[in-house]
Design a protein around this ligand. Sequence first.
Ligand code: FES
Length: 320
Amino acid sequence: MTEAATIEVEVTAIDQVTPLIKHFRLAPVDGGTLPAFSGGSHIIVVMHGAARAHRNPYSVLSPPNRLDAYEIGVRRMEESRGGSHFMHDSVRVGSRLQIAHPVNLFGLDKIARKHVLIAGGIGITPFLAMLEDLYGGPVPYELHYSVRSPEHAAFLVRLRRREGGRVHLYCDSEQQAIDFEALLGNQPLGTHVYVCGPGGMISRVAAVAKDCGWPDSHIHWEQFSAPPVGDAFEVFLARSRISVHVPPDQSLLESIEAAGVEVPYLCRGGVCGFCQTRVLEVDGELLHNDHFLSEAERASGKTIMPCVSRARCRSLLLDL
Ligand code: FES
C-alpha cells in the first residue's frame, strides 16, 4: 500500500457518541462514490499532524450499500501516540484526510449456519456494517455487546431500533458479564463466532470456544494493536543503505516511512502479515507485539512485523 493509493476525503459530520468515542463521516472531496466494501472492512486514515503523519486503522461502520461516504468511530485512547488525540482534538467538519482503500480481514463466513457476534467497547464498530449484511438474510445471528456502563454503549439506540431482541447488552457497572461458557457451549453445529474488543476478551472467547470443541475455522477475531511506546533504537536498512532513528513514541514502520522507504502494509495493527520484514542482525532483543507470527518464528529472531513490533537494542539490521 503506498501513499499514492490513498483517496482524499472531507469530514462532513462529527458526533460525540459516548464520553470517549467520536463518530466521523468521510465523503470523497470530488463527490461521487467511494470503493465498495463488505462488513468487517477497515480503512487506514492518514493524519498529517504538525510533527508527523499518523496512519491508524479504523473499521468502516456505515452500511456497505452506501458509498457516498464512509463512517468510522474513534475512541480517544489514554495512551495514544497521537492518532486518536489528533482525530478528537484537531479534526473538524471540513477537515481533509487521506484514506486507504478498504480491506477486509474480518469478513462473515459465507456458509455459516448461524453467526454469534461478540463486541467489547469500541469493538462494536466492525459489527455495525456486518449487521447490515446480515439484516433480512436467511442466516440467524445475535450480538452480545459488553461495555463499562450504559453511557459508553455507542450506537445502542440505532442497534436496538432495528435489531431488537438480537442485541444483548452487558454493563460492567451493573455487574453484568457475558457467560461465554453458556453462550458458546450451546450453539447449533455450523455456527461461527466473531469477537472484537480488548485482548483479554478475545483470548477468553477463543479459549472457551476451543474447550467447547469449536474448530479454529469457526472462530474469528479482530484486534488491531496500537504500536506501543518503547526505548529508542537505531535501525540500519541494508538494501537502502540508510540508518534510521526510532524514537520512543514512533513505531518502527513509521520511522522507516519517515525516512522515505516504503514497506507494504494492510492493517498496521499486527494482524495481516503484509509488513513482515527479515531481520539480518540485532544486538539485543526483538519485542514482538503482533498477532501474526508463530512462536517458532518469534523464537528464530529472523523476522519482525514493524507496524507494531520494535526492539530493545542499540542497533537492528533489516533486509529493506
Ligand atoms: S501491516 Fe499488517 S501486520 Fe503489519
